[in-house]
Design a protein around this ligand. Structure first.
Ligand code: MIC
Ligand code: SF4
Length: 643
């Protein structure tokens, strides 16, 4: 039977289940990646599983998020990660080597393989034909242990790109157009598979910009075929041997089709505060800008920054603008240094940052009060930059560079002839900042600083849950709302008791204390609850604070699985109108859980109004068993390793 690329990779990795949309199946995971902000938990979890070393083809531990070292915490975490890599047989990409997704694309990604990463932008490697999926740290830890990854068979959406992109239209504009059409919920339960003659005009890093930001659609992942462009990219990385051709069979079917004519696209911009709030650049042009940030795992490749350098060469950034640039990897920075483009950036007034996530997640460079920041990153959620009332706009590198020069949002087409940058025949490859695994040494100690606290453990699911609605929130609540990031809070990622005190702090600063005082309770949310980051801290902190269940109109995939992994019950209103009946402060009773969960017919009683709300969960039998066992860690240990 004809298969599309997604079906090909899934079927060649299938270990359990059938490929019918919506049905749970399990796939073998070839590679995993972790980053430092989620990695400390993932390696503590792996240690708790009790295996001497990882059982994947390749596992890489990156240090790229928590790079400000204003106290001992982050440096201690980095040292812990290095010791865990040595102990468990893991590649270790040192601080300074680059952002996990950019480095993985350059040095490790392989067409046709599966990759699971404890970061929601892991789908970046879909740009070279991998099935690359983001997940919580515990899912990644169990994959490191050789346990397969379970997922509902996604619907496959064929995004057909037609024609040559119009002048000054960048890969970023293509994914912004997809977001404009489909919204931040449009990818839920779906894989976005790109085809069409338009893909011939896109290099692997450009394709990776598109698959990267598929995360903002809520998609399971996004994938391109592996073709001559993929071969060229891998050859330029000195990795042609890793190439494998992969394309949809003639006549392969898709569940949905979206057609985009690249020749009629225009440069686009996402307005505050959602990545799908997209309009044509000319509708926003002229607004004053205080800051421009060029970088992040979306737009920090060699070709991206070469275009910026070409636009800025011989010019000066507007006196009103602070331009900050963070190259995606040490390889990118080295290439810019070797060919002189770095001097063009610096002479134009750019503030060069190290090769890390930085401003993207509020680690430094927060804009001024009420400031406007134009960014090439992927998320413009309110407050994520570290300045609550700042306005973040998302654009391509070309638009960002043009606007840095004028001090106002500027249509790059006003610059005249588009800049063209060729991909080099050979990138300056140097892997000395990646420590390869040696033979794992079982009795090697894990180096833990005082900020690294033990993992909280969930209790097996009770037969009845009763509790107060401690918080009621609206639609599209992100994990940045649930467990904010930013330099100060990120430093507490290994210390659940401390970080938990910041849960929902931007929504309701009294939440954490109220939860502790009332011995826990229930959270009620709207549509797409928990979208965004993969951080399992958005489940771990509520667990620590005693939250037992979350009721919502719908959930984002990764967060829902994170709740299950840590024994918190996610329930979905059968009738969305029931959600509107609930007020913060109501007491809810959820009884008969064992039977109700088995039949997917749970009832919630509101003791104030006396009303009964039927709720569903849509969980598989395996997920129910995980809840009953008290979380994934206990479940996997009992089931697979008889511990
Ligand atoms: C993000 O972009 O929000 C992060 C920080 O990379 C997260 C991971 C984390 O919270 O550590 C993600 O996207 O998963
Ligand atoms: Fe880092 Fe930002 Fe990418 Fe997250 S989205 S991995 S914080 S660069």
């Amino acid at each position: 039977m004809s298969q599309n690329v997604t079906q090909k990779i899934i079927s060649s990795h299938l270990v359990e289940g059938h490929m019918s949309p919506g049905e749970e199946l399990a796939i073998k995971i070839d590679q995993t990646l972790t980053q430092d902000a989620t990695g400390t938990m993932a390696y503590l979890e792996f240690e708790a599983i009790g295996l001497p070393s990882v059982r994947t083809e390749l596992t890489v531990s990156y240090v790229d998020h928590n790079t400000l070292q204003v106290g001992f915490e982050n440096a201690d975490d980095h040292r812990f990660l290095q010791s865990a890599a040595a102990k468990f047989g893991v590649y270790f990409s040192r601080l300074g080597n680059g952002i996990c997704h950019q480095v993985h694309l350059e040095r490790f990604g392989k067409p046709g393989k599966t990759l699971l990463g404890s970061d929601s932008h892991t789908p970046t490697c879909g740009g070279l034909g991998m099935l690359a999926i983001g997940a919580g740290g515990l899912d990644v830890a169990t994959a490191m242990a050789g346990y397969p990854f379970y997922i509902k068979m996604p619907a496959v959406v064929n995004i057909r790109l037609h024609g040559r992109p119009a002048p000054w239209v960048a890969a970023k504009d293509i994914i912004l157009e997809v977001l404009r059409r489909l919204s931040v919920k449009g990818g839920l339960g779906r894989v976005m598979e790109y085809t069409g003659d338009g893909i011939n005009y896109l290099s692997v890093p450009e394709r990776a910009t598109i698959t990267n930001m598929g995360a903002e659609l809520g998609a399971t992942t996004s994938v391109f075929p592996s073709d001559e462009a993929t071969r060229r990219f891998l050859a330029a990385q000195g990795r042609e041997r890793d190439f494998a051709s992969l394309s949809p069979d003639p006549g392969a079917g898709y569940d949905e089709v979206v057609d985009i004519d690249l020749s009629s696209l225009e440069p686009l911009i996402a307005l505050p505060h959602m990545p799908d709030n997209v309009v044509k650049i000319k509708e926003a042009a002229g607004r004053r800008v205080n800051q421009v940030f060029i970088g992040s795992c979306t737009n920090s490749s060699y070709t991206d920054l070469m275009k910026v350098a070409a636009i800025l060469k011989g010019k000066m950034v507007s006196p009103q603008v602070s331009l900050v640039i963070a190259p995606g990897s040490r390889q990118v920075l080295t290439a810019l240094a070797l060919n002189g483009a770095l001097a063009d950036l610096v002479s134009a007034g750019a503030r060069m940052l190290e090769c890390t996530c930085g401003p993207c997640v509020g680690v430094g460079q927060s804009p001024p009060s009420g400031g406007v920041s134009l960014r090439t990153s992927n998320r413009n959620f309110e407050g994520r930059s570290g300045t609550t009332d700042a306005e973040i706009y998302l654009v391509s590198c070309e638009t960002a560079a043009a606007s840095a020069l004028t001090g106002a949002i500027t249509d790059p087409r006003s610059l005249g002839e588009p800049v063209v940058v060729a991909m080099p025949e050979r990138f300056p490859v140097d892997d000395r900042m990646i420590t390869p695994p040696s033979e794992p040494v079982a009795d090697l100690p894990l180096t833990m600083g005082p900020n690294i606290k033990p993992l909280p453990v969930a209790a097996p699911l009770a037969e009845e849950i009763a509790g107060e609605v401690l918080l009621k929130v609206g639609d599209n609540i992100t994990t940045d709302h649930i467990m904010p990031a930013g330099a100060k809070i990120l430093a507490l990622r290994s210390n659940i008791p401390a970080i938990s005190m910041h849960a929902f702090s931007r929504v309701d600063p009294s939440f954490a204390q109220r939860a502790l005082d009332s011995g826990g309770g229930i959270v009620v949310g709207g549509l797409n609850y928990g979208q965004g980051s993969s951080r399992e801290h958005a489940a771990l902190a509520p667990l620590y604070l005693g939250i037992k269940a979350v009721l919502a109109k719908s959930f984002a995939r990764i967060h829902m699985q994170n709740l299950v992994n840590f024994g918190l019950l996610p329930l979905v209103f059968a009738d969305q109108a029931d959600c509107d009946d609930i007020r913060q402060g109501d007491r809810l009773l959820i009884g008969g859980l064992r039977e109700g969960l088995a039949a997917d017919a749970v009832q919630v009683r509101n003791t104030r109004s006396g009303r009964i709300y039927p709720v569903r969960h849509g969980l598989s039998r395996r997920q129910i068993d995980i809840l009953l066992a008290g979380g994934l860690l206990k479940y996997v240990k009992e089931k697979c390793f008889n511990k």
